[in-house]
Design a protein around this ligand. Structure first.
Ligand SMILES: Nc1ncnc2c1ncn2[C@@H]1O[C@H](COP(=O)(O)OP(=O)(O)OP(=O)(O)O)[C@@H](O)[C@H]1O
Ligand SMILES: [Mg+2]
Length: 277
């Protein structure tokens, strides 16, 4: 009997072990299944969002072109007006597709960040150039605070230009007439924080966590009329992730918002100072 008992426990032990392994394995697989389900829901939502966003400008352009074909083309005044409207919709469509491509390329890793030592103040000055007219038309002043010493960061010039562009574009878009947009820098030992501040409408607290999601807009109806798709900040987030950094936001509704992000200062030897000066 004693012999039998020993045999039995020897048999039981491996069984118990196998049982435990099966349980662990099942739990792991369940976790993977849950992850996949989440991804699938996300993918479905994404496709629905993209289709919806594409449809809007396509329908608009289609409407104008068909009205022209149906006879409006003979009316000289209407002709130009409708063509302009169709062109505007198509430009919007183009911008949307560009944003989608950028996002997907960054996500799939097709865009490799090209790190080099860059002058951050110069980058900002160049980036805001494109907004001169838009700012003037709205009576908004854009200022870049000149740093005491040259700030050289280790970053991708094109991508960080895109970050500044998207942040300043928002600052302008969500500000009132005669607003003020400021870019300033805070230099630390190893990194520099860039702040983009506006005194516009601000963002209610409940939305702050979500504005970096794709297609997320605080006020869908109002931002539609201002032409936003909700991709700008998602792109900002991804580019900064590529720099091992992230965007922060502080906002007081009715008073304005400040977006900020950190970049590492370049480790400069005498040669690289010369070359970037
Ligand atoms: N500076 C800001 N002031 C107030 N609200 C802002 C500001 N920046 C972003 N938001 C809010 O966050 C939302 C998401 O911004 P995001 O830049 O991603 O999209 P968008 O500006 O609507 O469209 P897109 O940038 O794709 O043209 C905006 O719709 C707006 O509601
Ligand atoms: Mg935007």
């Amino acid at each position: 009997l004693g012999e039998f008992a020993i045999k039995k426990t020897n048999h039981l032990n491996p069984l118990k072990k196998i049982n435990e392994e099966i349980h662990t394995f099942a739990a792991l697989k369940q976790k993977e299944i849950d992850e996949l389900k989440k991804l699938e829901t996300f993918r479905k939502e994404f496709v629905a969002d993209v289709s919806h966003e594409l449809k809007t400008p396509i329908f608009a352009a289609q409407g104008f072109v068909h009205t022209l074909l149906d006879g409006a083309v003979n009316d000289k005044n209407v002709r130009t007006k409708f063509l302009k409207k169709a062109a505007k919709s198509l430009d919007g469509l183009d911008a949307l597709v560009q944003d989608l491509l950028t996002l997907s390329q960054i996500e799939t890793g097709d865009i490799k960040m090209k790190f080099e030592n860059i002058d951050l103040y110069n980058l900002c000055l160049e980036a805001i150039d494109q907004f001169e007219q838009r700012a003037k038309a709205k009576g908004i002043e854009i200022q870049v605070a000149k740093p005491e010493k040259m700030i050289i960061v280790h970053a991708d010039w094109l991508r960080i230009t895109q970050v500044i562009t998207n942040l300043v574009s928002n600052a302008l878009k969500y500000s009132n007439e005669n607003g003020q947009v400021t870019i300033r820098f805070e230099v630390g030992k190893k990194s520099v924080t860039t702040f983009v501040t506006d005194n516009g409408e601000g963002i209610p607290k409940a939305h702050l966590d979500r504005i970096f999601e794709r297609f997320y807009r605080v006020d869908k109806s109002r931002s539609r009329e201002r032409g936003g798709t909700g991709l700008g900040l998602a792109i900002v987030k991804h580019i900064l992730e590529g720099h091992k950094s992230k965007a922060e936001v502080q906002s007081v509704p009715g008073h304005g918002s400040t977006f900020s992000f950190k970049l590492p200062l370049a480790k400069l030897d005498s040669r690289s100072t010369e070359s970037s000066a």
